[in-house]
Design a protein around this ligand. Structure first.
Ligand SMILES: Cc1cc2nc3c(=O)[nH]c(=O)nc-3n(C[C@H](O)[C@H](O)[C@H](O)COP(=O)(O)OP(=O)(O)OC[C@H]3O[C@@H](n4cnc5c(N)ncnc54)[C@H](O)[C@@H]3O)c2cc1C
Length: 441
C-alpha cells in the first residue's frame, strides 16, 4: 500500500510518522528539503514537484505504510528460517572482522565495514552508500558514496542522531557502477519499496546491509551534552563520535578551541529519554529485517567483558549468507553460529521495546484518534502488566522531553547523571525482567 496523494504525504511529513529516511528529498529534484537539521529535521515542500516525482515519493515513503509480510514474501521467498521478532533469515552468528583496524574502527565488530571493503576489493561493487560526518558541518551526518577503503572506514561507527541516508537517491542513478547500500530499517524499507517498482534510483544497488535500530535522537541531544561540559556553541565541534575507542566505546566531542568532552556510551545513553525521535518509538523493526546482512551489538557479559568488539550477524538472503561464508573462508571474518533462542534472548530488551512496546504505543496513538502506521501485521494481547509498564515508559518519555526536564538535567555533571542513569536502568531492567521475557520466542 502506498501514500495516496500529496495531502496525505504532507500530513505524514508533519507528524511523528515521518522517520526522516530522506527518500522524499532525494527523489523530488529539489522540491522537498530538510530545512532545519539542527532542529526538528522535518521535510518540507520548497517548490512545485513534477507529477512523476510526486508519484515516486508517494511510493517510497514508509512513514505510514510498509507491509512486512508482503515484502518478506517478495524479497525472501525461500527463506530457511523466520521468526516474528527477527524476520526472515538464513543464519545468525556472533563474530567480528579479522582485520584489527577494521574491527577497532567499527561500532561493534566492524562487520558492516568489512563487508563493504571486501566487496570493493573483490570488484563486486564500485561504491558503497554510507553515512559519514559532514566535512563542512562536523556535527551533522551526511550520506556519501564511498569508493575507497579509507572512505568506508571514515564513515564507520554508529551515528545516534537523526540520519537521512536516502537523500543520496538524487545521486545513485547517475553513479557509474554497482553499489552496496547501508541504512537503518526505515531507509532500507524505502529502498525495498523502490526496488519493487524498479525505480531507476535503486537499479544499481546490489547489496543492502544495515545496523540494528533501537532508537535515534534529535540533534538537541548533542547540544545538551555540550552544555553539561560548559561548551556553548556546537559550531565549534571539529569531531563528533558516538562510539569512540574500545567497544562499546564513548561519546566524544572535540572542539576547535581544544576542548574534549567524553562519556562512556552506557552513560551517554541518559540522553535517550530526553531527546528520542518519537518516530523510533513507533518503528517495529529492531534487527533491520529487509537487508541482505544485518549487524547488531553482541550484548552479553561473555563478549562485553572481552572488549574489542563483537557483532551479532544476521544473514537474511542466500546471497548474504554466501557472502559471509566466503569472507570467513578467505580470512576476513571470524564468527560462530548461534541458535535463534540465544539471539532473541540476547536482544530481549530491544525486541520487547520494538515488538511489544511499539505496538502498544501505536494502540495508544489510535485511542487518541491519531494516524497510525500500517505494517501489515500487528502483535497484541501482551498482558496487563506489560500495558502498565508501557504507561510508565510513555509518560516518562513525554515528561523528560519537556524543556524544563532537559534544562534540569543539564545542571548536573554528565558523569553523575550517566552513573545515575545506568544504575536506575539496571534496577528497572531487573524489576521488569520477567514481564519482558514472558512468552519471548
Ligand atoms: C541509530 C542506531 C541505533 C542502534 N541501536 C542498536 C540497538 O538498539 N541494539 C544493537 O544491538 N545495535 C544497535 N545499533 C547497531 C550497532 O550500533 C552497530 O551499528 C552494529 O552493531 C554494526 O556494527 P559494525 O561494527 O558492524 O558496523 P560498522 O562497521 O561501524 O559500520 C556501520 C555502518 O552503518 C552506517 N551507519 C552508522 N550510523 C548510521 C545511521 N544512523 N543511519 C544509517 N547508517 C548508519 C555507517 O556509515 C557504516 O557504514 C544501532 C545503530 C544505529 C546507527
Amino acid at each position: 500500500m502506498f501514500v495516496k496523494n500529496r495531502k496525505e504525504l504532507e500530513s505524514i511529513m508533519q507528524s511523528h510518522l515521518c522517520n526522516r529516511c530522506g527518500s522524499c528529498v532525494g527523489l523530488s529534484d529539489g522540491a522537498i528539503a530538510f530545512k532545519d537539521k539542527e532542529g526538528r529535521y522535518q521535510p518540507h515542500f520548497v517548490k512545485e514537484i513534477s507529477p512523476e516525482n510526486l508519484s515516486r515519493v508517494l511510493t517510497a515513503c514508509t512513514g505510514k505504510y510498509f507491509n512486512f509480510p508482503e515484502y518478506r514474501t517478495k524479497f525472501y521467498p525461500q527463506s530457511s528460517h523466520f521468526h516474528l521478532y527477527s524476520g526472515a533469515y538464513e543464519s545468525i552468528s556472533i563474530g567480528h572482522a579479522v582485520d584489527e583496524n577494521i574491527r577497532r574502527t567499527g561500532a561493534s565488530g566492524g562487520i558492516i565495514s568489512a563487508l563493504l571493503i571486501y566487496l570493493l576489493e573483490q570488484k563486486k561493487i564500485d561504491g558503497a552508500v554510507v553515512l559519514r560526518m559532514s566535512p563542512e558541518k562536523p556535527w551533522l551526518s551526511e550520506p556519501h558514496i564511498a569508493t575507497t577503503k579509507a572512505e568506508i572506514l571514515d564513515a564507520a561507527q554508529s551515528k545516534y542522531t537523526i540520519s537521512s541516508v536516502n537523500e543520496i537517491l538524487s545521486q545513485t542513478a547517475q553513479f557509474a557502477g554497482r553499489l552496496a547500500f547501508v541504512g537503518i530499517p526505515p531507509q532500507v524499507q524505502s529502498i525495498r519499496k523502490l526496488q519493487s517498482i524498479n525505480d531507476p534510483s535503486v537499479k544499481n544497488i546490489d547489496y543492502i546491509f544495515g545496523p540494528f535500530y533501537g532508537n535515534t535522537l534529535h540533534f538537541s541531544s548533542v547540544v545538551s551534552f555540550l552544555k553539561t561540559y560548559k561548551i556553548k556553541d556546537y559550531r565549534t565541534i571539529t569531531k563528533l563520535y558516538f562510539r569512540h575507542g574500545e567497544w562499546p566505546g564513548n561519546m566524544r566531542v572535540e572542539t576547535s578551541d581544544g576542548k574534549i568532552a567524553e562519556l562512556k556510551k552506557f552513560h551517554a545513553n541518559y540522553l535517550i529519554p530526553f531527546h528520542i525521535l518519537r518516530n523510533s518509538l513507533y518503528c517495529t523493526d529492531l534487527s533491520n529485517e529487509f537487508t541482505d546482512v544485518s549487524g547488531g551489538d553482541a550484548w552479553a557479559p561473555v563478549y562485553e567483558e572481552r572488549g574489542k568488539g563483537f557483532s551479532m550477524i544476521i544473514a537474511r538472503s542466500k546471497k548474504g549468507r554466501a557472502l559471509i561464508e566466503e569472507m570467513q573462508a578467505a580470512g576476513w571474518l571470524n564468527f560462530n553460529y548461534i541458535e535463534e533462542e540465544e539471539a532473541i534472548t540476547m536482544h530481549s530488551h530491544g525486541y520487547d521495546l520494538k515488538k511489544r512496546g511499539a505496538f502498544i504505543r501505536i494502540q495508544f496513538r489510535r485511542l487518541m484518534g491519531k494516524s497510525i502506521p500500517d505494517y501489515g501485521y500487528e502483535l497484541k494481547d501482551f498482558g496487563m502488566k506489560r500495558y502498565l509498564m508501557e504507561v510508565i515508559i510513555s509518560t516518562m518519555f513525554i515528561v523528560l522531553s519537556t524543556p524544563l526536564a532537559r534544562w534540569t538535567v543539564e545542571q548536573f555533571s554528565p558523569t553523575f547523571i550517566g552513573n545515575l542513569f545506568e544504575k536506575s536502568r539496571n534496577i528497572w531492567k531487573k524489576s521488569t525482567y520477567n514481564i519482558k521475557r514472558e512468552q519471548l520466542g
